[in-house]
Structure formats: C-alpha cells, structure tokens
Design a protein around this ligand. Structure first.
Ligand code: ADE
Length: 393
C-alpha cells in the first residue's frame, strides 16, 4: 500500500508523479517517472470510494485482471496496479505522442494512405483484444493515443465497467462525453454484441480521420440519436470509392448486416500496404497491490434511499420510446433552443434545490414550470431566464 497520491512531485511507491496528462471520466491520468530506471509511465488514478459506491469493485477487479493479458503494440500496456488508502493506481505504458484527436485537430484530416495505416493499426489492436474476449465499448479518438513514431496505442481497453457506469449515471453531456461514436444498438440499449459495436466506433473514427468531421453530429442530442439510428451519413465524394464503400459498410445501423472484422480484413481498400502487427509474446506477470480492492477504511455511501427513483439513462429512455411520448424530444434543429436534458437518480426535490442554488449564484432568475414529478428534468435558457421543468409521464 502506498501513501496518499495525487500532487505533482509526490511519490507513488517507486514512482515520482509529474504533470496531469489527462482527465477522463473516471479520474486523472498523471505522468510518473520510475525512480530507479528513470522510465516514464502514465498512472491512471481511480477513486476507490467512487468504485465502491457504484458497486463495481468486483467487476473492476476482474477487468483489471484481464488487462494484464493484453500485450499488443497497438494497445496501451498495463505495467502494474498500486493502491493508496483512497485510490487505485494503474501504472500504464506512457505514450508520448498525444491523442489521435489532437493530431486530427492539428492537421484537419489525414491522407487516405496515412489514414489507412492508422485504421489498420486500430483494427489490429481491436481484433487482438476481441480475440481475448475483451471489448472496449467507448472507442473514440480521445482513447486512441499516438506514439513518437506515429503508431496507434488504444487506451482504456477492458475498462468497460467504468465506462458503462459513468455512461449510466445519466449525465450524458458532462461526465460521459458525447455519443457521437456509440453504435445505434448500444444507444437503443437493446442488448448488443461488443465486437460489432466496437467496430461501428472504429468506422466513426475512420470517417473522422479521413474527413476531419464527425459522420453524425447535431447540437440537439435527440436529433443526433435519430441520425445515428438511421445511419444517416454523408460520405464526401472526394474520398476514393474504396474508402467510401468501406465506411458505408461499417456504418450500417443494422448490426446483423454490418461488415465484420474478418470481412474488413479481405476488403481491397483495407488490404493495401497492410502489414499486421505481431502481439508481444512474453508472459510478464504484473504486480497487483492486494490493497487495491480493499475497501477497509474507505468512507462508504452505499445505503440507497428506498424512495429514490429508479436509475434510468437517456439511452434507455429512447429504447422505451414506444411506451413514452417522446415527440417533444424529436424537434428539428432550427426549432431547438439551448437546452440540456438529462436524467438523474437524485430525488427531484433535492436536484431542483441544488440546481436552484447553483444558478442563483450564477446570477440567473429561476422560474419553475410545474409538471407531475418524474425523474426527467428539462433545463432551458430562454429569454435570459433559466427554466427548470420536471416532466411527468
Ligand atoms: N493519457 C492517457 N493515457 C495515457 C498514456 N498511457 N500515455 C500518455 N498519455 C496518456
């Protein structure tokens, strides 16, 4: 067990912590230097209490267990797992070229030859993990890092328990990022195959690499969902017919007819200049601190208020749309104002109080439009007034 960690210059076992490399859904990632070897690492710092509160410690333990099986040049390698009283620290391979997202933002887009090489590496890393029974479930350019040689390294593979839970908390627009990369069957929450839905996300990433734009985008979340459900995508005619065809085949909203990874590997456009990477074969045993999943001494907050509403997220809400009138959700972009819609498992009364406190402090006047109580809150900024509405069934 190591002392409390987080601040720059602090020690974490044999590592000295440095700058923050990123701040993900489930905690910070910091640079760390191994004191003896001087080698750089990235440390993902997870909050034990959060994991305990989400009741996913067994799942995380299992997932971290499977991560040690992943050894591939296109997948970020897990070196060891350490723990403090309140944190779980995953010591990962340090990837020094930043996020693919930043590369695209800098360049605008990649040429087809460069883009194909990146996509081939992405598919290699993804296939390797799938073959080990590990699915990502949150593939997006922010989770795809690039090393100094311009090679792809996928991060956060195997952390789907974290991904799923942070997606399920209902706060889609903040904690969970945007659903632009999420497959329609995942959004619909109809039960899905991890491999097929990861492949959809790879298709979205390929589109972004080659065009610099998202294939599905809209300021209005509900309109965005509709576009994804329909596979409503404009593919630039400037792309070669081979690239256009492959993107179309991957972004098929029907997971049953969507191209498979095996079929991608026989695709003419994909096969050009393809040199598949070989997985590393050494079986290094990684160290996992026994304290990592001990919750002794960690403050707990596991009692659930029996009166609290059932947790429901926006994906589930849309999946249930046959029994709920969601027509108000599917307005046209032109008609939409600046709205944030989210679901929450906090009691509506408490949630409203919290929102009122915060927005009053921000200088807004709060007016409540009453509806029957349900756990759907609509916040609108309209004519300079912040409207908070509880929507009844
Ligand atoms: N940001 C998140 N994970 C990282 C890693 N493994 N290396 C460098 N930066 C990162």
């Amino acid at each position: 067990m190591v002392r409390e960690v987080e601040k720059r210059g602090m020690r974490l076992g044999k590592y000295e912590l440095g700058r923050t490399l990123g701040e993900g859904n489930f905690g910070k990632v910091k640079y760390a230097r191994h004191i003896d070897s001087g080698q750089g690492f990235a440390v993902k710092i997870l909050d034990k209490k959060k994991i305990l509160d989400l009741k996913i410690s067994d799942q995380i333990k299992r997932e971290i267990g499977t991560l040690k099986l992943l050894k591939h040049p296109n997948v970020v390698n897990l070196h060891e797992v350490l723990a403090s009283k309140t944190k779980i620290c995953m010591v990962l391979e340090y990837v020094n070229g930043g996020e693919l997202f930043d590369r695209i933002a800098l360049k605008g887009k990649f040429s087809e030859a460069e883009g194909r090489r990146l996509f081939q590496q992405l598919i290699d890393g993804v296939t390797y993990c799938h073959d080990k029974g590990v699915f990502h479930r949150d593939l997006k350019p922010e989770n795809v890092l690039v090393d100094a040689k311009g090679n792809i390294k996928i991060s956060d593979f195997g952390l789907s328990a974290l991904t799923q839970h942070f997606r399920d908390d209902g706060l889609l627009h903040t904690t969970c990022g945007s659903p632009n990369y999420v497959a329609p069957e995942v959004l619909a929450n109809r039960g899905y195959d991890g491999a097929t839905s990861d492949l959809w996300s790879c298709g979205v990433i390929l589109y972004v690499i080659l065009t610099g734009y998202l294939p599905f985008d809209d300021r209005n979340l509900a309109v965005l969902y509709q576009k994804i459900f329909k596979g409503d995508v404009q593919i630039p005619k400037l792309l070669s017919p081979g690239a256009q065809n492959l993107i179309k085949r991957i972004l098929d909203p029907n997971p049953c007819t969507r191209i498979s990874i095996a079929e991608i590997k026989t695709d003419e456009w994909f096969k050009q200049d393809y040199f598949p990477a070989n997985p590393y074969d050494e079986e290094e045993d990684i160290f996992i601190d026994a304290e990592a999943f001990s919750m002794q001494g960690v403050a707990t907050d596991t009692e659930k208020d029996p009166g609290s509403p059932t947790l429901i997220n926006a994906f589930q809400l849309i999946g249930m749309s046959s029994c709920l009138d969601l027509s108000g959700f599917f307005e046209k972009e032109e008609a939409s104002e600046r709205k944030i819609r989210f679901t929450s498992n906090i009691l509506p009364k408490d949630l409203l109080e919290k929102i009122e406190d915060i927005v009053t402090e921000m200088g807004f006047r709060v007016q409540k439009r009453n509806g029957k109580v349900c756990n759907l809150v609509v916040i609108e900024i309209h004519l300079g007034i912040l409207w908070v509405q509880l929507v009844g069934r």
